[in-house]
Design a protein around this ligand. Structure first.
Ligand code: C5P
Length: 242
């Protein structure tokens, strides 16, 4: 396992924007010493690696959320390319299987810069009926645990998980297995399209290491201040809760 020291910089701000100028407007209001940022498929597909490099050069830790899922060789090459961009975290789909995750791990180990390697278990958009249609008979919870165990066995540093799964995964997989949790809403904020939300404090208390937060920060009147307000809520709690 590499680079897993859990630190106090727990918030990953999701840069869910269609273009670089809009993303830059938010980034300009964020302090890289207080948060990390996440680039997903939309922004990356539109803007490519140069914006990732721009953020890295500004001192931001970048989570490149591209959820690789392909044959082992292809995923390993993609993970190597992400590592060369200098990203802090990269992810793959656990359902790509042992050989694919092992190849991804080997690619990180062979890289000069070693990002955290995280797996996606079951997409939270999938219900039991969706799993049945793709040949999975267990409940979503059973499948999440099964894939999280496999991910750990293959040397992944952690998994992305919903707030509902955080406690069970933290208790079953140990405190060093990194849990990255979206669906976070500070008390009083709009849920938007998220169904099961938890507050930052509750997510950390349940064992989450990193909180992915998008709209509560990006749509705030003053994103930099909103980030500081959330950090103040966590202040003093992180050490006690880890
Ligand atoms: O705006 P909001 O805080 O809901 O954004 C959450 C971010 O986390 C988005 O980038 C979304 O794609 C991502 N995410 C999620 N639920 C998951 C996995 C990722 O909301 N299960």
């Amino acid at each position: 396992m590499t680079n897993t020291a859990v630190d106090t910089k727990r918030i990953i701000v999701a840069l869910d924007f269609p273009d670089v100028p809009t993303a830059r407007q938010l980034v300009a209001q964020l302090d890289p010493s207080l948060c990390r940022v996440k680039i997903g498929k939309e922004l990356f597909t539109r803007c490519g690696p140069s914006f990732v490099e721009e953020l890295v050069s500004q001192g931001f830790d970048v989570f490149l959320d591209l959820k690789y899922h392909d044959i082992p060789n292809t995923v390993a090459k993609a993970v190597s390319a992400a590592a060369q961009l200098g990203v802090w975290m990269v992810n793959v789909h656990a359902s790509g299987g042992r050989a694919m995750m092992t190849a991804a791990r080997e690619a990180v180990e062979a890289s000069a810069h070693k990002p955290l390697l995280i797996a996606v278990t079951v997409l939270t958009s999938m219900a039991q009926s969706d799993l049945l249609e793709v040949g999975v008979n267990g409940t979503p919870e059973e499948q999440v645990l099964k894939l999280a165990r496999l991910s750990q066995d293959c040397g992944m540093d952690g998994v992305v998980c919903s707030a509902a799964e955080t406690s069970i995964l933290a208790s079953q997989l140990g405190k060093d297995f990194v849990l990255v949790t979206p669906g976070i809403r500070p008390a009083g904020d709009a849920a938007n399209d998220q169904k099961r939300i938890v507050t930052p404090v509750d997510a950390i208390a349940a064992g989450s290491h990193y909180l992915v937060i998008g709209r509560p920060i990006s749509q705030a009147a003053n994103p930099g201040e909103k980030l500081k307000t959330i950090l103040a809520q966590l202040d003093g709690k992180i050490g006690n809760l880890c």
